[in-house]
Design a protein around this ligand. Structure first.
Ligand code: ATP
Ligand code: MG
Length: 388
C-alpha cells in the first residue's frame, strides 16, 4: 500500500469539547466541495486529522491549491499512506529520500494509536538510524534541511516531508451567515476575509451611484467578491442603486451630515437584504478614527440605524496592518484600481465628526426614509459570484 493522500491538521486546542464534531464535519464538507472533480476518492475524519485520499495519478498540487484556501486548515501535507509495520516504513523512507539531496534531517514521528508496539521516540531512533545507514547525513533537531514526518494511526501510517501552513480559523458556515458591506476600497474586503476566517458564510452588498457615476465600482466589487469567495465556494452579491438616494439627501439635509446619513441608509438597506437571507449580522470595514465618519460619535449614530448586530472586525487595526493583510489575501491590487465610488459623489468638504442622534433624526424627518429604503431595495440586482 503506497497511496497518495493529503493530510490536514487543525488547531485542536482552539476547539472546545462538543464543538469539535461540528467543526470537523463542516471542515470535511468544505474540503469535499472545493476538491470536487479533482480526483479525491474519499475524505476521512480520523482522530485529530482529516485525510483526503487521492485516486491514482491525480494532480496532487491542484488538490493542494484548493485545500490551501479552506479555513479551519492549520496545515496540510501531500503524503503517502502505508501499512504500519516497520519494514514497510523503512522501505518507504528509503524511497522518499532516494532522489533528494540534504545534509541534515530530523525524524518527527507521532503515534496516534497508543497500542502500536513502538513509541514515537523508538520510531524516531529506528527510522533515523535507517536514514543514516543510507546517507552520511547528520541529525539536526532545531534547523534540519529535511524533516520526515511519520504518523502512525489505527489502520495505517502516513509519511510526508512537506508541511505547509493553511489559513487557520474556523470552517466557513459554522458561525452562521453575515452580510458584508463591500465598497471598492481596501478595508471592507479585509473585513470580509476576517469574518470568513471566523467561520461565517458571507454575502456581499455593494452600493453604487450608476448612472450618476460610471460602472467601475460595480466591476471592482464583482472582482473583489470573486477573489474572496475562493474561501467559501460561491456567494451572492447585491448591487444596490444608491445615487438617487444620495441626490435626495443632498437636496433635503444639512451638508455636514451627508456622509452619516448615507451610512445610515446603507445600514437600513443592507439589514433588509440580510434579514431576507437569514444573516445574523452586518459587517463593515470601519476602523476607528480612519476617516471623518469613523469617530466614536459618528459610529454610534450610524449604528443606531442598523436593526441588526454590526460587526467591525477592523475597528482596532492600523491602516498599514490592513494594507498588509489586503496584499496577502490578494485584494489589494484590485482595491487600488481607480473607480468612482458612491462616496465620492456629493461629499462635503468638512463632514461633521461629532454628529448627534438628535441632529440626524431631525434631518431624517425631512426625508421620506422608508420610501427611499424601499425604492433602493426594489432596485437591487443580485448576482451569483463564483471563485476565479
Ligand atoms: P473601505 O476601504 O472599505 O472603502 P473606507 O476606509 O473607505 O472603507 P468608508 O468609505 O467610510 O471607509 O466606509 C466605511 C465602510 O462602509 C466600508 O468599509 C464599507 O463596509 C461600507 N461602505 C462604504 N461605501 C460602501 C459602498 N459603496 N458599498 C458598500 N459598502 C460601503
Ligand atoms: Mg471607501
Amino acid at each position: 500500500m503506497l497511496a497518495q493522500c493529503i493530510v490536514v491538521h487543525y488547531h485542536e486546542l482552539a476547539l472546545k469539547g462538543r464543538n469539535r464534531p461540528r467543526f470537523v464535519a463542516r471542515l470535511v464538507a468544505n474540503l469535499r466541495r472545493v476538491t470536487k472533480g479533482l480526483g479525491v476518492a474519499g475524505i476521512r475524519a480520523l482522530p485529530g486529522r482529516v485525510v483526503l485520499d487521492l485516486a491514482d495519478r491525480v494532480d496532487v498540487e491542484a488538490a493542494c491549491r484548493q485545500v490551501a484556501d479552506v479555513f479551519g486548515v492549520a496545515n496540510y501535507s501531500p503524503a503517502r499512506r502505508l501499512d504500519r509495520d516497520l519494514e514497510t516504513l523503512r522501505t518507504a523512507v528509503s524511497a522518499l529520500i532516494a532522489d533528494r539531496t540534504f545534509n541534515s534531517f530530523r525524524m518527527s514521528a507521532r503515534r496516534g494509536d497508543k497500542l502500536y508496539p513502538m513509541t514515537s521516540m523508538q520510531l524516531n531512533e529506528e527510522l533515523g538510524r535507517h536514514v543514516q545507514s543510507l546517507r552520511p547525513v547528520k541529525v539536526d533537531l532545531s534547523e534540519p534541511e529535511l524533516t520526515i514526518h511519520v504518523e502512525v494511526l489505527e489502520r495505517e501510517a502516513l509519511l510526508y516531508t512537506d508541511k505547509r501552513p493553511g489559513p487557520g480559523g474556523l470552517p466557513v458556515g459554522i458561525s452562521g451567515n453575515v452580510a458584508v458591506l463591500l465598497s471598492g476600497g481596501i478595508d471592507s474586503p479585509v473585513a470580509a476575509y476576517r469574518m470568513m476566517q471566523r467561520g461565517c458564510r458571507v454575502s456581499f452588498v455593494h452600493f453604487h451611484s450608476h448612472p450618476f457615476l460610471s460602472k467601475a465600482s460595480q466591476e471592482k466589487a464583482v472582482e473583489l467578491a470573486e477573489q474572496l469567495v475562493r474561501h467559501q465556494g460561491r456567494a451572492v452579491l447585491h448591487l444596490v442603486p444608491f445615487g438617487e438616494l444620495q441626490r435626495q439627501v443632498v437636496i433635503g439635509a444639512p451638508v455636514p451630515l451627508r456622509v452619516v446619513l448615507y451610512r445610515r441608509l446603507m445600514m437600513r438597506i443592507a439589514a433588509e437584504l440580510a434579514l431576507k437571507e437569514r444573516a445574523g449580522a452586518l459587517v463593515t470595514g470601519e476602523s476607528l478614527g480612519q476617516v471623518a465618519s469613523q469617530t466614536l460619535e459618528n459610529l454610534m449614530v450610524i449604528n443606531d440605524a442598523a436593526p441588526l448586530l454590526v460587526l467591525r472586525p477592523l475597528i482596532g487595526m492600523d491602516k498599514q496592518e490592513i494594507i498588509d493583510q489586503a496584499k496577502r489575501i490578494g485584494t489589494y491590487e484590485i482595491s487600488i484600481l481607480p473607480d468612482q465610488d458612491c462616496c465620492q459623489l456629493f461629499v462635503p468638504k468638512h463632514p461633521s465628526t461629532k454628529t448627534t442622534l438628535e441632529q440626524v433624526r431631525r434631518a431624517e424627518r425631512a426625508l421620506p426614509i422608508d420610501e427611499m429604503v424601499k425604492e433602493a431595495v426594489a432596485g437591487v440586482v443580485t448576482q451569483r459570484v463564483e471563485a476565479r
